[in-house]
Write a protein that binds this ligand. Structure first.
Ligand SMILES: Nc1ncnc2c1ncn2[C@@H]1O[C@H](COP(=O)(O)OP(=O)(O)OP(=O)(O)O)[C@@H](O)[C@H]1O
Ligand SMILES: [Mg+2]
Length: 236
């Protein structure tokens, strides 16, 4: 049975598509041997289809299979049964209007990655998504701090970590840093595994390899410390 990883946060522009594409790319690049039979599928369930546009620009160099599926809940409710794949990464819409799509894919989720920017304006919308839709689905979920720019210093990151800890939310150790390479990747038709071989690109790529290790290494479960935090907090 395929393991389904859903990337969700109903706040727009937090990095769902960036994380879905690059995580699928590093997992496919590492696990896939035969390009004609990739063990990884990327699914866009966003009617805005920004992942589809990105995938089309990458073309044949994309290391995973890809499908746009935002209007077929019957298909989305059977994702786990796609036996030819080991891992399925699902991008979801950044809006409240498309909540039924999100709810459908959450029934298939082995784990949910919730990208959050280290930016106080982003906290309440993320909390709403987690409390109203993601946690009630019963899937294992973890917050991923994304788009932190080290040049801005540690204070935003610490503030965000403080908020997440106070909420008792499980969180990935990996932080995805802000890199222009990531911002430009969609327009340039590349994924993280096609970045040039220089030091900055290596750093940018490393965050996604670390994330992949956390996602795949935990076998769908949150790490023990994260699970404990959630228990201590008593609720999401
Ligand atoms: N770590 C990062 N470094 C640099 N740019 C980033 C990073 N994460 C996201 N971005 C940029 O931020 C913008 C929003 O990211 P993205 O499209 O992935 O968000 P989203 O959650 O999928 O948005 P939507 O809700 O509209 O679908 C994009 O321009 C993207 O390139
Ligand atoms: Mg998106």
């Amino acid at each position: 049975m395929a393991r389904v990883h859903v990337i969700a946060n109903q706040k727009g522009g937090v990095g769902k598509t960036t994380v879905t594409v690059n995580l699928a790319a590093v997992v496919a690049d590492t696990l896939g041997g035969d390009p004609a039979a990739s063990p990884v599928l990327g699914v866009s369930t966003d009617p805005q289809a920004s992942m589809l546009e990105w995938a089309e620009r990458v073309g044949d160099a994309i290391p995973f299979d890809f499908t746009q599926c935002h209007d077929d809940p019957a298909a989305l409710s059977k994702l786990r049964q796609l036996e030819q794949y080991e891992h399925i990464f699902v991008d979801t819409p950044g809006s409240l209007e498309d909540e039924s799509i999100l709810q459908t894919v959450l029934t298939q989720a082995d784990d949910v990655i919730v990208p959050l920017e280290p930016e106080p304006m982003a906290f309440s919308p993320a909390a709403r998504s987690i409390q109203r839709v993601i946690a009630p689905s019963g899937a294992t979920w973890r917050v991923l701090l994304n788009n932190w720019d080290p040049r801005d210093g540690e204070s935003d990151l610490e503030q965000t970590r403080g908020y997440v800890t106070a909420k008792g939310w499980p969180v990935f150790n990996t932080v995805i840093r802000h890199y222009k390479l990531h911002t430009r990747a969609s327009a340039e038709g590349v994924t993280v595994v096609q970045y040039p071989k220089n030091r900055v690109a290596l750093e940018a790529r490393q965050d996604f390899f670390r994330l992949a290790l956390e996602v795949l290494g935990s076998d769908g479960r949150s790490p023990r410390h994260a699970a404990l935090n959630a228990v201590k907090a008593g609720e999401a």
